[in-house]
Ligand binder design. Structure first.
Ligand SMILES: C[S@@+](CC[C@H](N)C(=O)[O-])C[C@H]1O[C@@H](n2cnc3c(N)ncnc32)[C@H](O)[C@@H]1O
Length: 210
């Protein structure tokens, strides 16, 4: 769950019975940031953030920026916490991409150095960053609800995965990830380190390469 997903009654309960007893950081994971919408439930945001803090990649690669207030924000926060590294996020919709980049430039100047906003629909755009890093240490796939496209994106990164690489997948139980699910079941090099389901998540999985 996250704040925008609550109905009026739940909001009332949250505001008076939960929020006053939550830390500022916990509130952020649940509420997101004013002015920019974002998806993902609190537990999913936390899982992404903590995985970056643990793995400390030079780059994280994300497909599906959307407005920039969901996964993008929490991944960027993790890099800011580390004080180094960068999220490279790809969005196919030009209006969404421009709005997200502008919001970070004007409203989130401390996070801006930790995010590269790319416009387009092909993961090929990540190539210069992968060449610079020499590996895909952290990949998060959250693009279109299209199993073949998600699998293609996974296949793009395949030659760049190394021991210790982290693969995060949203909508893990829906059509979006159907073909990747089938593939990873038969790929013993990937170890599932976290699986979230309702009510904490609409489906989220983390894998680490052995
Ligand atoms: C489910 S939303 C992502 C939500 C976002 N991760 C968040 O936490 O708020 C999916 C996004 O992927 C974008 N998208 C769809 N196909 C894409 C592609 N091939 N490459 C890049 N972005 C794509 C859509 O325009 C949409 O903004």
């Amino acid at each position: 769950m996250n704040l925008p997903a609550l109905n009026a009654r739940q909001r009332f309960f949250y505001r008076y019975c939960v929020r006053p007893f939550s830390s500022a950081e916990e509130r952020k994971f649940f509420e997101g940031i004013p002015g920019i919408a974002g998806q993902l439930y609190r537990a999913e945001r936390r899982a992404l953030h903590d995985a970056v803090v643990r793995r400390q990649p030079a780059f994280a690669f994300e497909i599906g920026t959307f407005n920039g207030g969901g996964s993008t924000y929490f991944l960027a926060l993790a890099f800011a916490k580390l004080g180094r590294g960068k999220l490279v996020t790809l969005e196919i919709d030009p209006a969404l991409q421009a709005k997200a980049a502008a919001f970070y430039t004007t409203q989130l100047p401390t996070l801006r150095p930790h995010v590269e906003f790319l416009l387009g629909g092909s993961p090929e755009l990540f190539t210069p960053f992968l060449q610079q890093a020499g590996a895909a240490e952290f990949v998060f796939l959250d693009g279109a609800e299209n199993a073949a496209q998600s699998l293609e994106q996974y296949r793009f990164f395949e030659p760049w995965f190394r021991r210790g690489s982290v693969l995060a997948l949203h909508d893990w139980n829906t059509e979006k990830m159907r073909l990747i699910r089938e593939l990873l079941c038969h790929t013993p090099r990937w170890r599932e380190t976290l699986a979230l389901a309702e009510p904490d998540s609409i489906g989220f999985a983390l894998f680490e390469m052995l």
